[in-house]
Design a protein around this ligand. Structure first.
Ligand code: MG
Length: 203
């Protein structure tokens, strides 16, 4: 089943904000990806003809277990259904040229989702690693997030109701980079979930 919405947080790791030349935001910076961008493990990421710089962003994904509206962080924490590996695939050139990110983040196949797994007792133990053709490109710990996972969920719930099955992508650590046709990109939340996808051009 597809999430009714996918809510993402931008610039939630200091090192990634820095590599993009941005300051760390003073409150979570949120945006949406459409459900039509979802693909699963093994399905190809399709590079669209409008972009010449599509990049990987390996992220910790959080699946919501019960409806959340205007909750605090404690309530949000208890509503986490599962954790999964996700890739916030981004057309970086279009992200730079557009004043908002719907196009850059919203192409079909731009949201690979791994299989969901139970959340650990301590969310700050979660580590996300991205590999391209087997080589590590990104590594980040939830302990290094600017805004913690429960704080992010609570913040979002004060804007829009989160429904069961909705997916929240919690930000990318440093090391984002370009994907080329023929590459294979893998995001793993270590010991929890993994999603691996080939990359191809739009034929
Ligand atoms: Mg991202």
């Amino acid at each position: 089943m597809l999430p009714s919405k996918i809510v993402c947080v931008g610039r939630n790791y200091r090192d990634h904000a820095k590599e993009m030349g941005n300051d760390v935001p003073t409150e979570p910076l949120i945006f949406l990806k459409p459900p039509s961008s979802v693909i699963r493990d093994g399905e190809p990421i399709v590079l669209p003809p409008q972009s010449s710089q599509v990049e990987h962003e390996g992220e910790i994904g959080v699946v919501i277990g019960k409806r959340l509206r205007r909750v605090n962080s404690t309530e949000a924490r208890s509503a986490i259904h599962s954790i999964l590996a996700a890739n916030d695939v981004t057309a970086r050139d279009l992200q730079r040229s557009d004043s908002q990110w719907t196009r850059a983040k919203g192409f079909d196949t731009f949201c690979p989702m791994g299989p969901p797994a139970n959340p650990p007792a301590n969310l700050s133990t979660l580590t996300v690693v991205t590999r391209v053709n087997g080589q590590e490109r990104q590594r980040g710990s939830a302990a290094d997030m600017v805004f913690s996972i429960p704080d992010v969920l609570a913040y979002i719930s004060n804007v829009m109701t989160l429904e069961p099955g909705d997916l929240v992508l919690t930000g990318s650590p440093a090391g984002v980079g370009k994907l080329l046709p023929g590459d294979e990109v893998e995001v793993e939340v270590l010991g929890v979930s993994r999603v691996r996808n080939p990359v191809k051009t739009d034929a």
